[in-house]
Design a protein around this ligand. Structure first.
Ligand SMILES: *Cc1c(COP(=O)(O)O)cnc(C)c1O
Length: 374
């Protein structure tokens, strides 16, 4: 069998792992962080994925977990202490916010929000601040925090800095800007097919890794090898795919910016964007996401526009080859940012279909919107 050497790591399914003797069995706990002791805690497939994600993030260690959401909630819960405080960027992913509001509150943690475009959080930081959760660019609204300045302020009181880096996976090194814990939804471009959920938590510090791995193992959380295998298939082509999505999104943004029904295009890769300078400091590529604020961005006109699309299908998540559209009303999920109530953001994911068809689809949608003009 020695001559069978497949290119890719296979799918290793296991609960039971076998040991040579009693001594090895009794000492199996030593293998939690490296090596193999029980299927839940790691297989050659999940460990391979962890090594590859750590390298992409510029970290040293990664824990893969069953969803992007778990990649955020797990560190929040692992480092929560009664009486502590967590500071969260106001643009954070909705389910991350609700986790803070319900579960962290029950643990006795207070949560406070800071502006999504903050360059400093000095006025919010307290001695009890244990964690700062960043998200850049913000979910739907695309703000970028001054990651480096905020990390310095947080570290001055001994707080840990986490970032939801789903947008910037493969296009950033958050550790070089002071981030301690870099979280990603691998469900997006890493998998690239829209057919699974998976998340990763990367760190540079071995102590943090051990705390996170012990905590997730204690909770009984482990990633499935079948799904880890699918993400491993997506990774080698990820940069090339994302570059293509980015090129197409830039073309769509430039075209939309001149359109009379478009009030604002939100994509920090574009030089006219408010956050372009920060984009250039913290990221080296964009992707297929394009958010827009449209004329009459209230629900009725948008419904006629969106429900008539033929190529942009309605759905959350993004990162596959398919074009998608989603909408969100920022005002309803913000504590400190100011957004007009009832105004929606439309977010396109520009897929790999014929770009002419995609433009024509958006064009006819904007015509449906224009019919609402008096
Ligand atoms: C998709 C997404 C998540 C959640 O990932 P799941 O795997 O769907 O749980 C978290 N944060 C951001 C910014 C996302 O886009």
């Amino acid at each position: 069998m020695n001559e069978f050497r497949p290119l890719n790591t296979g799918v290793h399914r296991a609960s039971t792992l076998l040991f040579a003797n009693t001594e090895e069995f009794l000492k199996r706990g030593d293998r939690l962080f490296d090596g193999y002791m029980y299927g839940l805690y790691g297989t050659p497939t999940t460990r391979d994925l962890e090594h590859q994600v750590a390298a992409i993030d510029g970290g040293t260690r990664t824990v893969v977990v069953p969803s992007g959401l778990a990649a955020i909630t797990l560190p929040l819960a692992a480092f929560a202490r009664s009486g502590g405080n967590v500071l969260v960027a106001d643009c954070a992913y909705g389910p991350s916010r609700s986790f803070a509001k319900t579960f962290l509150a029950r643990l006795g943690m207070t949560t406070e929000y800071f502006a999504s475009g903050a360059s400093s959080i000095a006025d919010k930081i307290r001695p009890s601040t244990r964690l700062v959760l960043l998200e850049s660019p913000g979910y739907y609204t695309m703000e970028i925090q001054d990651i480096e300045a905020i990390a310095r302020e947080a570290h001055a009181v001994g707080a840990l800095v986490m970032i939801d880096n789903t947008w910037g996976f493969g296009a950033s090194n958050m550790f070089s800007h002071g981030v301690d814990i870099c979280c990603t939804a691998l469900s997006k471009y890493a998998s690239g097919a829209g057919d699974l959920c998976m998340g990763s938590i990367s760190v540079k510090d071995e102590g943090l890794f051990r705390e996170l791995k012990s905590f997730s193992s204690n909770l009984g959380i482990g990633a499935s090898s079948d799904e880890a295998y699918l993400v491993l298939r997506g990774l080698p082509s990820m940069r090339a795919r994302v570059r293509e999505h980015d090129d197409r999104a830039r073309e769509i943004c430039a075209w939309l910016a001149g359109h009379p029904e478009v009030e604002r295009v939100l994509n920090p890769v574009m030089p006219a964007d408010r956050y372009h300078e920060r984009y250039r400091r913290f990221f080296n590529s964009g992707n297929g996401l394009v958010s827009v604020v449209l004329w009459k961005a209230t629900i009725e006109p948008l419904r006629t526009m969106i429900d008539g699309f033929r190529h942009f299908r309605i759905g959350a998540s993004w990162g596959s080859s398919h074009s998608l559209v989603a909408i969100s009303e920022p005002a309803s999920s913000r504590n400190v940012d100011v957004w007009p109530s009832g105004q929606y953001i439309v977010r396109f994911h520009i897929g790999l279909e014929d770009i002419g068809l995609l433009k024509a689809d958006i064009e006819s949608g904007l015509e449906r919107l224009a019919r609402w003009k008096p």
